[in-house]
Design a protein around this ligand. Structure first.
Ligand code: TYC
Length: 107
């Protein structure tokens, strides 16, 4: 046993647990699609339905937004899920010989 009394021991314990506990929320990532001149509109709509759970109307609205503005958000996810979506969409586009580009950015 140490030669500190109970109060001194408690005080020492307090010192080590003094750092404030500030849990940070894990960052979220936007998955984005970029416009290009070659990928067919129907293919982009299919991607938005197939991989981002959109219905026909929502997918068409987002596709047209990207077509007119150059870029658009498909969804917001944890880092792991966003990375996986980007990989799957880019692989799928390449497999179908389209230049469509999917990317992600911190939300
Ligand atoms: N601009 C394309 C066209 O006119 C359509 C398109 C929309 C392509 C969205 C990519 O992310 C995209 N066929």
């Amino acid at each position: 046993m140490s030669d500190l009394n109970i109060d001194q021991e408690n005080e020492q314990e307090l010192v080590v647990s003094e750092a404030p506990i500030k849990p940070k929320r894990p960052p979220l990532y936007k998955v984005i699609l970029l416009n290009d001149d070659f990928t067919p509109m129907d293919f982009v709509v299919d991607i938005l339905k197939r991989f981002f759970g959109m219905n026909e109307d929502k997918a068409t609205q987002i596709m047209l937004h990207i077509h007119h503005r150059g870029i658009g958000v498909c969804g917001v996810y944890s880092k792991d899920v966003a990375e996986s979506k980007v990989q799957i969409v880019n692989d799928y586009a390449r497999h179908n010989q389209h230049p469509l580009l999917c990317s992600m950015e911190k939300s």
